[in-house]
Design a protein around this ligand. Sequence first.
Ligand code: CTP
Length: 408
Amino acid sequence: MIHTRDPHPVERRLNRKVLLGVSGSIAAFKAAALVRELVKAGAEVQVVMTRSAHDFVTPLTLATLSGRPVLTELISGEGTWNDHVHLARWADVMLIAPLSANTLSKLAQGQCDNLLLACYLSATCPVYVAPAMDLEMFRDASTHSNLELLKARGVRQIGPESGELASGLSGEGRMSEPEAIVARLHADLVGASKLNGKRILVSAGGTQEAIDPVRYIGNRSSGKMGFALAEEAAMRGATVQLVTGPSSIATRATGVHRTDVVSAAQMAEACKATASTSDVVIMSAAVADYRPANPANSKIKKKDSALSIDLEPTEDILAWMGAHKPSGQVLVGFALETDDAEAHAQGKLERKNLDLIVLNSLKDAGAGFGHDTNKVTLIGKGTKAEPLPLLSKTEVARAILDRIETLL
Ligand code: CTP
């Protein structure tokens, strides 16, 4: 049984950056609950409101719940430009909820007289709209054709539902409930991944072992494979702890919690701290096998004679994980072999009590350290080795996670 630290695990994890457009409809009051639901599911939310939406819900409410200032104007305050292009590119998904008849008509015509409309025109991510209006407005032919036009352009519609309306009438036009909107986003964007709600530990990059205060023993690992695994796992709804050696890569993904370490000993400490509460552990880091036994406190001076440095073994973190594996945990290791690759990887799988080992190719062009592509073979316990073609590291990450899902 794996213990999770979260006593109320979230049913649906939506590790996405959501640009939430709120337009002027009475249903804007539901935007507060919507922001809460999104944040609860793990989303980062940036609210953009139209001026008339302020009449229905205060920006302060939505700013407080989202933890980010709410934006309305293209240019605000003392000539501050609210960069719609950057906002739209930041977002993994744009959601306009509620969508009023007026904003709908402007979207359909490509108008651009406020920030929300400018963001919509700049968006390259999926766009969802949740219309909300009175039943006759919703029934109107122009509303109908505007919505059809948006859908033909790829916009996805959520609701509206039938029921009691603010006017006292009853019929179609009620904005879908916040829970239903989040459920739809989750179903479309995350799907039924078995990694949803799971805790994953991923190690990435290479470690550095100090020789003296300015020199170290390191390796060529860039961290790209581990970062791709972390980001893909978060996309599937997992909460990811990423422990990385020094890397120039930035983590953009929501749901990835990053710990930076330098040495193998620090990586061991950080990984051990979360291993027992993780449902899946993926050790993709290139951890040094040896470190200088006596690192110098001050810079070693050059001499005419040869210099030798005594090395001592580091702890094998993966072997420790295998020896302390809680039942139900899926433990994945990486291997880099030059001779008799499959047999050695198979041996490592058994010796270290792994469920899956990812064998890296060194011989193929475009595979291994520093590249954006990789060529690996997946070897599971008691299963035939599965060689994958040369793929982008994101595609390799997807294939590894697909295989992990079958083991959960
Ligand atoms: N690993 C680890 N701790 C270490 C060294 C390696 O956790 N001190 C992990 C790596 O993250 C990787 C796996 O062990 O998942 C394989 O590493 P590798 O160096 O290829 O294998 P070793 O077991 O060290 O065996 P060898 O050097 O003989 O190939």
